[in-house]
Design a binder for this molecule. Structure first.
Ligand code: SIN
Ligand code: FE2
Length: 219
């Protein structure tokens, strides 16, 4: 039995595995798993103060992914463009503060991926439902690209796309599961990335949702 259990674990539990995705880019499998329920409870508290909303792109399209933020600065898009703001335009209030557990996890994961000393001031919270997607883009609204990006996946699985600095560069597809953390910085800081259309499903902790926390040093 112990043997079978050990075999099953090595087949299905990839916790602790790391995978290089590119120069300065690392996937830390299951890195957030021990904190998953805590992270989800924090997301619920954030959303109670700064509700999820579907923002408009500068071109006037409504994004399919619902978003909110916590931290000093929150990422926004509307007809005026992409930017960070310290105030939530929906409530007129500052964004909810960044939970300590987000900070500690992001700092630890970044260090493990070779980017020591990361102190994020912005956390974008994305909520995906089946059928939603995030098209290939670069994160370039931040003041200093010397800081990495830490991206935490919770709930339903997704296919993450990770390309290169040119939009036309080959794109690799990475299956991201509940608890996975991706870190990219240094030479890959401006690499294009996105999320393919989320497949239908039900997750024990999040139902028909996938949540993603993207932590950045914005200001
Ligand atoms: C993002 O690029 O903001 C989110 C990526 C993800 O949901 O995995
Ligand atoms: Fe992004």
């Amino acid at each position: 039995m112990a043997y079978i259990r050990g075999t099953m674990q090595s087949l299905f539990d990839r916790r602790g595995e790391t995978e290089a995705l590119g120069p300065g880019a690392t996937l830390l499998r299951g890195r957030a798993l021990p904190l998953a329920t805590t992270l989800l409870a924090e997301i619920e508290k954030i959303a109670a103060r700064a509700p999820f909303r579907r923002m408009k792109t500068p071109g006037g399209f409504e994004m399919s992914v619902a978003m909110t933020n916590c931290g000093t600065a929150g990422w926004l898009t509307d007809r005026k463009g992409y930017r960070y703001d310290t105030t939530d335009p929906e409530t007129g209030q500052p964004w909810p503060p960044m939970p300590e557990v987000f900070l500690a996890l992001a700092r630890g994961a970044a260090a493990e991926a070779g980017h020591a000393g990361f102190v994020p001031d912005a956390c974008l919270v994305n909520r995906y439902e089946p059928g939603t997607r995030l098209s290939l883009h670069q994160d370039r609204d931040e003041a200093d690209y010397g800081h990495p990006i830490v991206s935490i996946s919770l709930g339903l699985p997704a296919t993450f796309q990770f390309g290169g600095s040119k939009r036309s560069d080959p794109v690799r597809r990475v299956a991201l599961e509940h608890g996975d953390v991706v870190v990219w910085g240094g030479p890959s800081r401006l690499f294009h990335h996105g999320v393919l259309v989320l497949k239908a499903g039900a997750h024990a902790l999040t139902g028909r949702h996938r949540f993603n926390l993207t932590l950045r040093k914005a200001l």
